[in-house]
Write a protein that binds this ligand. Structure first.
Ligand SMILES: C[S@@+](CC[C@H](N)C(=O)[O-])C[C@H]1O[C@@H](n2cnc3c(N)ncnc32)[C@H](O)[C@@H]1O
Length: 336
């Protein structure tokens, strides 16, 4: 599937002038996307074990805990320490039904058993970044952020985006913008950055957005800011998002009990493609080439798809335009 506007949520729903959609700058908080559908599919029962691997503002986690009262338990992860602190406050009323860990969901296969979540009933991934991160100027996720271009979910690990912009060769930057942003003017943008940094380091989101605007031809009626693809590409590279997504999906096969459910919300076609291919391959099982008359690989299906991918309802999009690129995919673990 290709999204109609594949990158419009890449930088978290930023409009062509760089402001947040849906009045999100005025309203502090993050509206959980497709929360009704997510809870309906996970169907968390009392006594069940659930994992929310992307807590953010804990909106979904709260709904899952309410639905699994009085004794369902939830392991909540986020790479961002601020999200963990916020979630701890929001979920405090659930007491020891909640276990929180600041960790990357790429580590899920190790972290969940250590936290006592070995065979779980549900695993939820809501990819990308939250409104809290987007509006925090110190994080450098939004175009108008005045602070340093950081873009790390976990500010204690890895290299900030400004470091990549300061050190990568023009060819490497262009490849990055193409690979993770599908940016048609990748080469021109990379050369503009390298030329500019020879006299002024590119350290703020505003600077980067202005350089991209200078490098790409103006086009009438564009719906997204010209720097959207570049911001998406940098964020994906800084957080190694696609590798971690593959690891998180693979962990679901180990952690979900038969009948347990995996629900994933993605916001751009690069991540949705990974989710789609993973679920399709695990539903198929056998990986023998078509010319082999009988199966020799012996692989059995490990997932059953729960319907096709679905977008938010028209009503939800009009109430929360930032969710318009969301796609939900869900599958159930089957006994292999
Ligand atoms: C879209 S928000 C989740 C919003 C949340 N569902 C809610 O209701 O508020 C995504 C969150 O996932 C976190 N995140 C993204 N990639 C991650 C990863 N690989 N490991 C752990 N957390 C990640 C981000 O830091 C962010 O807080």
């Amino acid at each position: 599937m290709t999204f109609k506007d594949p990158l419009d949520a890449a930088a978290g729903g930023i409009t062509a002038d760089g402001s947040l959609e849906g009045g999100a700058e005025r309203e502090v908080g993050h509206l959980p996307v497709m929360a009704g559908e997510v809870v309906e599919i996970l169907a968390p029962r009392p006594g069940s074990l659930q994992i929310d691997a992307t807590l953010g503002g804990a909106g979904h986690a709260e709904r899952i805990l309410e639905a699994s009262a009085p004794d369902g338990r939830l392991l909540g992860l986020d790479a961002d320490g601020a999200a963990i602190a916020r979630s701890a406050r929001r979920l405090a009323r659930f007491g020891d039904r909640v276990v929180l860990r600041q960790t990357n969901f790429g580590q899920l296969a190790e972290v969940a058993p250590e936290a006592g979540f070995r065979q779980v009933d549900g695993l939820f991934l809501d990819l990308g970044l939250s409104s809290y991160q987007l509006v925090d100027v110190e994080r450098g996720f939004g175009f108008r952020a005045g602070g340093r271009l950081d873009m790390r979910f976990d500010t204690g690990r890895g290299r900030p985006a400004a470091d990549l912009l300061a050190t990568m060769e023009a060819g490497e930057l262009a490849a990055l913008f193409r690979r993770y942003g599908e940016e048609p003017f990748a080469g021109r943008i990379a050369r503009t950055i390298v030329e500019s940094r020879s006299h002024t380091p590119v350290v703020t989101a505003e600077q980067l957005a202005a350089l991209v605007e200078r490098a790409v031809p103006t086009s009438k009626g564009r719906r997204i800011h010209p720097a959207t693809r570049v911001f998406q590409a940098l964020r994906i590279a800084v957080n190694d998002e696609l590798t971690n997504l593959e690891a998180g999906l693979a962990a679901s096969l180990v952690l979900l009990r038969p009948g347990g459910r995996l629900v994933v919300l993605s916001y751009h076609s690069l991540e949705d493609r990974i989710v789609k291919r993973f679920m399709a391959a695990e539903q198929r099982g056998c990986i023998c080439p078509p010319e082999v008359p009988i199966c020799v690989c012996g692989r059995l299906p490990r997932l059953r798809l729960l319907g096709k991918s679905r977008p938010p309802s028209v009503e939800e999009i009009s109430a929360n335009p930032r969710c318009r690129s969301a796609r939900l995919r869900a599958a159930e673990r089957v006994a292999a």
